[in-house]
Ligand binder design. Structure first.
Ligand code: SF4
Length: 394
């Protein structure tokens, strides 16, 4: 399949309740002769009480529960594999969808720290099975594209971890607070959602936006738009469209190179939309929305991690002023054979960006011991299925 910008294709499967917005459900109830006030009960049961089946919604008449189960099923993907990092702060799932497609979802837990005084439970969700964009450093990119996910399949990933946290709140270790004393606490809900799992979210634009609206809906999951981040390789027309949406989510760009020539070597998308065009679109997005754009930059040792690269990146992002932030990510080791740079190289890169006036941070490595980078678990699972005794231990 050619990587190009277009609307989501229709998935030839019946809708589930998780595909419907509150307004959709009200309309469905009306059309089917059911009392519309029931829609609120159903939404609250699914998104606040986190029920897993209609039988648990005892406020509904039995006949309605049976009808919903038949016509708007409340289904959850099955867990094909579940891995926990050694520090228990990262949980990665390989989920199997109703047609057998496999996707990955990750929960990352962060205790409070001086820059972020609240604990966070971030779910990294997939928006497609596979991906059409073929970035060379990404395990998903090596698989090719299978299909778009429906809105409900995206939402279900978040609900899975919401239920887990509700049942087993995460207690973080004792950390010093701003006043210098020690404190600890527990978190029983999902606080952030990032669309950085398998797939390119803006290639599946309509379904992705529907999923974000469902998660944002006050009648339902009620997660603030500012707690949701769309990460894209840079589909220019889709970013322009996103800037005009009422839903003000965060935008992150997978940049990974300071110029188009270098970017095109690892990211085929750069041959379609030049870096200059992408950055101009991002600047327009930032100015129209007043929101800072995050630029993700995977550091590949000996490829894009030298001082001249940081200087060039700094020059390009200077027009953004405080509306740009660079998130540096030392690469996870994948089959492509890339290696992360040393701490010294990373520090020099950061300092060069800082001198250029570009705010930056290093994303803490998460779950290296459980193949947490996008696409790695599915690849690992397939290898171990082929060679059950020969795969790495998890
Ligand atoms: S980095 Fe994102 S866009 Fe690139 S191949 Fe991987 S999933 Fe696709």
């Amino acid at each position: 399949m050619k990587p190009e910008y277009r609307m989501a294709i229709a998935i030839e499967q019946p809708a589930t309740i998780l595909d419907l917005t509150y307004a959709d459900l009200v309309a469905w109830m009306k059309k089917h002769g059911e009392a519309t006030f029931r829609a609120k009960q159903i939404f609250q049961a699914i998104y606040r009480d986190l029920v897993t089946e209609y039988e648990q919604i005892t406020t509904l008449p039995k006949a309605l529960r049976a009808r919903l189960a038949e016509e708007l099923p409340l289904v959850a993907p099955s867990v094909a594999r579940e891995l926990h990092s050694r520090d228990q702060r990262t949980i990665k799932l390989l989920l199997e969808l109703s047609d057998g497609a496999q996707i990955e979802t990750v929960l990352m837990l962060y205790p409070p720290n001086p820059e972020s005084p609240r604990a966070r439970a971030t779910v990294c969700v997939s928006t497609q099975a596979g991906c059409a964009y073929g970035c060379t450093f990404c395990a998903t990119g090596q698989m090719g594209f299978a299909r778009h996910l429906r809105p409900g399949e995206i939402v279900a990933q978040v609900l899975h971890f919401a239920r887990l946290l509700r049942a087993h709140p995460w207690s973080w270790p004792v950390v010093p607070n701003a006043a210098g004393s020690q404190h600890s606490g527990a978190l029983d809900r999902v606080t952030n959602v990032v669309l950085m799992g398998m797939g390119e979210p803006l290639h599946n634009y309509d379904n992705t936006l529907q999923a974000l609206r469902l998660l944002n809906a006050p009648e339902g999951f009620n997660l603030g738009a500012r707690h949701m981040t769309v990460s894209t390789v840079g589909l220019v027309p889709a970013i322009q469209r996103l800037a005009g949406e009422a839903l003000q989510v965060n935008l992150a760009i997978s940049l990974h190179a300071p110029n188009n020539e270098m970017r095109a070597q690892t990211m085929p998308v750069a041959r379609k939309w030049h870096l200059d065009e992408l950055l101009a679109t991002c600047l327009d997005f930032a100015r129209r929305t007043g929101r800072q754009v995050t630029f993700e930059y995977v550091l590949l040792s000996g490829v894009n991690d030298q001082i001249p690269h940081a200087q060039e990146l700094g020059r390009r992002l200077a027009p953004f002023g405080p509306l740009a932030h660079v998130n540096l990510i030392p690469v996870n080791v994948t089959a492509a054979g890339y290696r992360p740079p040393s701490g010294e190289v990373i520090r020099a890169f950061r300092e060069t960006l800082r001198q250029a006036g570009v705010s930056n941070s290093v994303r803490a490595e998460r779950g290296d011991d459980i193949a947490a980078a996008c696409g790695q678990l599915r690849t690992l699972n397939q290898r171990q299925s082929l060679h059950p005794s020969g795969g790495p231990a998890s």
